[in-house]
Design a protein around this ligand. Structure first.
Ligand code: ZN
Length: 279
């Protein structure tokens, strides 16, 4: 696997999906427009809700974006650890009633193994526990061995965030190796330890949740995928923390320059430097 810079990863993703007939759109602002269910944009699909629900027509049935996102559940941990941040970019390819599971899985695999050249033996996929269709696509159409496919429950493999479009999903994991593992017999994708890193979530968006737990099947199912750009960069660049990714390291260096402090000299300063860099 070759080292690739974060900005080059973003471009490679755009080029790949443009070649598959997707229209490239810029990132939407972090503050949602005409959506009072969200304070800040937290995923690539969030600004596209009305397209997913069929309330408005998208400019193309195939779209690719890199969306600026903020997620705050771990805000108290930012700075304390080397992997928590609130701001990140999310790569995504989207289908609005156009292609569905077959293409989404096939293209994700092609991008990861042919463009990024990730070794196949390090890759694992998961499917929602009763989604036999996706299980069979990974196994029979793409040719992944059964010991690299696992079924996970609703907590891991059913995507929803507040109200709006949702559905079963399938995730791709990278195995960082035994030294990051917990050593337990059943360690695998979904384990709490640091060995298996989930980096791409393919959502088969086929329901609309009204926010009160009522799921309505949508007429035309959609595809919504999300891959954290910084997390992907960690894997490709072979680093195990956010602050060692090429572009983020530069932000951190700039923070140190302005504050006239050095990173790695005092624990107290390091936490502050990471908070300013990571939020
Ligand atoms: Zn484990």
């Amino acid at each position: 696997m070759e080292w690739i810079g974060l900005n080059q990863l973003r471009t490679a993703f755009f080029d790949f999906f443009k070649n598959k007939g997707h229209m490239l759109l810029g990132s939407y602002p972090l503050v949602p427009k005409n959506d009072n269910s969200l304070l800040l944009i937290n995923s690539g699909m969030a600004p596209m809700k009305n397209w997913f629900l069929g309330k408005e027509t998208p400019p193309s049935r195939r779209i690719v974006t890199c969306q600026k996102c903020i997620r705050t559940p771990d805000i108290d941990l930012v700075g304390q650890t080397a992997r928590h941040g609130t701001f990140f970019e999310m790569l995504g390819n989207f289908s609005f009633g156009d292609y569905f599971k077959h293409e989404a899985t096939k293209w994700a695999w092609e991008f990861v193994t042919c463009v990024l050249k990730m070794p196949q033996n390090k890759l694992y996929v998961t499917v929602y526990e009763n989604d036999d269709e996706t299980y069979n696509i990974w196994k029979n159409d793409i040719g992944i061995s059964e010991d690299h496919i696992s079924r996970l429950g609703k907590e891991d493999n059913f995507w929803e965030i507040g109200s709006g479009p949702c559905g079963p999903c399938s995730e791709i994991y990278f195995d960082r190796g035994e030294k990051f593992g917990c050593g337990r017999k059943n360690c695998g994708p979904g384990c709490e330890c640091d060995r298996f890193v989930e980096f791409w979530n393919l959502v088969f968006s086929q329901f609309d949740n009204d926010g009160n737990g009522t799921y309505t099947r949508m007429k035309n199912p959609n595809i919504d995928t999300g891959m954290g750009l910084e997390r992907l960069a960690c894997i490709i660049q072979g680093v195990d923390n956010l602050f060692e990714v090429d572009t983020i390291r530069e932000i951190l260096a700039h923070v140190c320059e302005i504050a006239e402090v050095r990173y790695g000299e005092s624990l107290k300063n390091d936490v502050s430097i990471r908070i300013i860099t990571g939020i």
